[in-house]
Design a protein around this ligand. Structure first.
Ligand code: BG6
Length: 487
């Protein structure tokens, strides 16, 4: 049985206080609070639950909730009754990382909730800020008594760090070192919300629960792999943060490389945390670093036309990236992985397609290589393109899909990634979170790109909003006699 993330006994969760640092930012309003509110409506939270939301601004509990509801596009509806119920959990706390003493009252706030009812709460801390604040938050937790245990009980203390974990290999290593000074690896949850997506989890199921794919999953049968993550929206209100990361560090270092690891990894012996991570890290460590001399042949950078206008200043940050990567392992020798991501494109779509080689010899005219496509979002589905005969007296071939659509097969909504991952965090299941060596291996590969590229070997190509990125990205793949599958 597939046993990743099974949540059916949430009412048995121990009493928990979840503290979110960065509670007024876009991540909190777009993803975290909508998920927690929905989990409250669905009764998925622990019976004894407190949510402490930390931000710099002045808010009461009520005005903070109103602010989130107004700001968030993801909160569809919330009744007065649900709001009242949610407010029972909610405590807004004003704190400023640049003024650590503003956190002095926090220990009392957390333990007051325990003292009056003699409850020992697990303490979970979510670092939902830019990584530049992670070290300050860790020090605050340590220095202001927020990691202490209860008098006569054991409590679980866990920390969850949003992506990106650092800005490069050196800063990620420094953060890992600091975190490991205060916490053990099993208390640290480095998140990548793509791993919480149902369709990303399905990659492992399709690969390892079906006999027909694994024997073909190698360089002898696979011509190339494409992972495309296209987004329709621009940077919106996140420009200031995005400008520090660009597509390379916002998307490639984490979401795309994690999906690549799941596509390319060997079958783990079982579904335990460390074995899954060991197999992913083997792939990430085997990514061939970018050769500075060949960067212009292997990578395209772009920026959408209005980016600087959205940002309000000139910028050399890429909002589009297409590149070709290789994995130096016998299974994948010579197989190109075409990776592509960008903002302000024609639509939002994430797809992984496995392009099988054409037959060496085909009896019929017009045989095409099979293509297995995982549509991660939207219209979550899996498609296998095969050659068929066109009806009639000719021997013409027709490429058609064998389809599996989540929405046709199952009723109801697919659980949002953050809900699944928050439940894992509450429960203490690390299988969908990233280990320190995985993070470092991914940064090592990304550093080989960011330390080499410059305006000369990798110029920034402007592209029109609503297109599929700079035209040169089409030529880039065409010169290998291939084309982007995701349109
Ligand atoms: C975030 C990125 O991690 O993922 C954003 O920082 C991006 O730039 C978002 O828009 C996309 O997530 P999803 O789940 O909507 O595909």
């Amino acid at each position: 049985m597939f046993e990743l993330s099974v949540h059916n006994k949430t009412s048995n969760f121990p009493p928990t206080i979840l503290t979110i640092f960065g509670a007024t930012g876009a991540l909190s309003s777009d993803y975290l609070l909508p998920s927690i509110i929905h989990m409250d409506q669905e009764k998925l939270l622990p019976k004894e639950f407190k949510l402490v939301c930390v931000g710099r601004r002045d808010f009461t509990n009520e005005s903070y909730l109103d602010f989130i509801i107004k700001k968030s596009k993801a909160i569809k509806k919330i009744s007065q009754k649900d709001k009242k119920h949610f407010l029972k959990h909610l405590i807004y706390f004003k704190g400023d990382f640049d003024n650590p003493s503003s956190f002095a009252p926090m220990a009392n706030i957390l333990s007051d909730k325990e003292g009056d009812r003699h409850i020992c709460y697990n303490r979970l801390y979510y670092f939902a800020t830019s990584p530049q604040y992670f070290a300050s938050i860790a020090h605050i937790l340590k220095n202001y008594g927020l990691l202490t245990s209860c008098a006569d009980h054991e409590r679980k203390i866990r920390v969850l760090a949003e992506k990106p974990f650092g800005f490069n290999l050196a800063s990620a290593k420094a953060l890992n070192k600091l975190f490991l000074k205060y916490f053990s690896e099993d208390q640290i949850y480095r998140i990548d919300h793509y791993l919480g997506k149902e369709t990303v989890q399905n990659l492992m199921v399709v690969r390892f629960a079906n006999r027909i794919f694994e024997p073909l999953w190698n360089k002898d049968f696979i011509d190339h792999v494409e992972i495309s993550v296209l987004e329709g929206e621009g940077v919106e209100s996140r420009g200031e943060f995005y400008d520090q990361t660009g597509a390379l560090k916002d998307f490639l270092q984490n979401h795309i490389l994690q999906m690549l690891a799941l596509v390319a990894m060997d079958e783990p012996q079982n579904l335990t945390t460390e074995l899954i991570r060991d197999n992913k890290v083997k792939i990430l460590k085997s990514l061939v670093p970018f050769d500075p001399k060949a960067i212009s042949e292997n990578l395209v950078r772009g920026q959408y036309q209005d980016y600087e206008k959205d940002l309000g200043k000139p910028s050399g940050t890429e909002t589009f990236l297409a590149l070709k990567a290789f994995i130096n392992l016998p299974r994948w020798q010579g197989v190109p992985f075409y990776l592509r991501t960008g903002k302000a494109l024609s639509k939002k779509i994430t797809e992984i397609s496995i392009h099988f080689k054409e037959l060496d010899r085909c009896l019929f005219k017009g045989c095409a290589g099979n293509i297995l496509t995982f549509r991660i979002q939207p219209d979550e589905s899996v498609h296998l393109q095969i050659n068929n005969k066109t009806p009639g007296l000719t021997a013409q071939l027709y490429q058609a899909d064998l389809d599996f659509s989540y929405h046709k097969a199952f009723k109801g909504e697919i659980p949002p990634a953050y809900e699944r991952l928050l439940l894992d965090f509450l429960e203490g299941d690390q299988r969908l979170f990233i280990r320190s060596d995985e993070i470092e291996a991914a940064w090592k590969f990304v550093d080989s790109i960011s330390e080499t590229w410059n305006g000369k070997n990798s110029p920034l190509h402007k592209y029109q909003t609503g297109t599929n990125g700079p035209e040169i990205a089409e030529e880039f793949i065409k010169k290998d006699l291939k084309e982007w599958w995701t349109k």
